[in-house]
Design a protein around this ligand. Structure first.
Ligand code: NDP
Length: 251
C-alpha cells in the first residue's frame, strides 16, 4: 500500500531536495509552500516526481505559522490520500539575522511562528493520523529540521537559535511520548548549506565563517536529503539529532 509524506517548506533549497528524496523513496508527497513565487516551483517538483517515480503528489499553499493553515494542509492531504499519514517533515524556516537591540517583536515572533509553532501545530494535527495505523512493523516518522543554531549560540540569531533549540526539545519529548507506539521522532540539524537562506546574508561574513568549518566547505542540500533517507530507514532511531555540519559543531 502506498505511503504518504507531508513536507512543510518543500518548494526550495533543503525542502526541495527532501521532497525529491521522499518521491524517490516511493512516498506520495504533499509539498507545502507559502510564497506565491514558489507555486510554479512546487508544481514543477511535483510533476517531475509523478513522471519519474510514479508517486502521487499534492501541492498546498499554507502559512504553517498559522494553525488554521496547518488544518487546511492536513485536511487536503487526507482528502487526497486517505486518513493515514506516514511521514511528516517540519522543514519550513526563516531567519532574521539581526542584533537583539534593533530587532522588532513582530520580526522575532515571525521566526518563532514559522520555525517552532509550525512544528507544534503540524505534529498536533498529524499525529492522530499516525497513531491510527502505526505499529512496530509499520512505523510512522516525524523529522524536524533544526540547525546547528539549535545546539550552539550564533551571533545575531537569538530568535533563530531559540526556535531551533525548541525543535530539539520537541523532538526528544515527542520521541519519548510515542516510543513503543510505532512513531519515531528525530531531528536533522544542518550546518551551513548553500541555499537562498545563505545567499541572503553578507557573503564576506559567510566566507569567513565557512573558512572555520573543519571540513573546509559549505554543505549541499543532498547532504540533508541523505540524512532524511537514513532516518526514514533506521527503525531503532528515535529522539536523535543528526547533524551533517562538516565538523562545525562537535557534540
Ligand atoms: P530556503 O529559504 O531556501 O527555503 C525555506 C523554505 O521554507 C521555503 O520552501 C519556504 O517557502 C518555506 N517557508 C518559509 N516560511 C514559511 C511559512 N510560513 N509557511 C510555509 N512555508 C514556509 O531555506 P533552506 O532550504 O536553507 O532552509 C530549510 C530549513 O533548513 C529551514 O528550517 C532552515 O532553518 C534550516 N536550516 C538551513 C540551513 C542552511 O544553511 N541553509 C542551516 C540549518 C538549518 P516559499 O518557497 O514559499 O517561500
Amino acid at each position: 500500500m502506498s505511503k504518504t509524506a507531508i513536507i512543510t517548506g518543500g518548494s526550495r533549497g533543503i525542502g526541495q531536495a527532501m521532497s525529491e528524496k521522499l518521491g524517490e523513496l516511493g512516498y506520495n508527497v504533499v509539498i507545502n509552500y507559502r510564497s506565491d513565487s514558489s507555486k510554479a516551483l512546487s508544481e514543477k517538483i511535483a510533476a517531475d516526481l509523478e513522471s519519474k517515480y510514479k508517486v502521487g503528489t499534492l501541492v498546498v499553499k499554507a502559512d504553517v505559522s498559522k494553525y488554521e493553515d496547518c488544518e487546511k494542509l492536513v485536511k487536503a492531504t487526507v482528502e487526497k490520500f486517505g486518513d493515514n499519514i506516514d511521514v511528516l517533515v517540519n522543514n519550513a524556516g526563516i531567519t532574521n539575522n539581526s542584533n537583539w537591540i534593533d530587532i522588532t517583536h513582530e520580526a522575532y515572533e515571525r521566526v518563532i511562528g514559522t520555525n517552532l509553532m509550525s512544528a507544534l501545530h503540524m505534529t498536533h494535527l498529524v499525529l492522530p493520523h499516525m497513531i491510527n495505523h502505526s505499529s512496530k512493523d509499520s512505523q510512522c516518522v516525524i523529522v524536524n529540521t533544526s540547525s546547528v543554531g539549535g545546539m550552539t549560540g550564533v551571533i545575531n540569531q537569538a530568535d533563530y537559535c531559540a526556535s531551533k533549540s525548541g525543535l530539539i526539545g520537541l523532538t526528544r519529548a515527542l520521541a519519548l511520548e510515542f516510543a513503543g507506539r510505532g512513531v519515531r521522532v528525530n531531528a536533522i540539524a544542518p550546518g551551513m548549506i548553500m541555499t537562498d537562506m545563505l545567499r541572503g546574508v553578507n557573503q564576506d561574513e559567510l566566507n569567513a565563517l565557512a573558512a572555520t568549518i573543519p571540513e573546509g566547505y559549505i554543505g549541499d542540500v543532498s547532504d540533508i536529503a541523505g540524512a532524511l533517507a537514513y532516518i526514514l530507514t533506521a527503525p531503532y532511531l528515535t529522539g536523535q539529532i543528526i547533524s551533517p555540519n562538516g565538523g562545525f559543531v562537535l557534540q
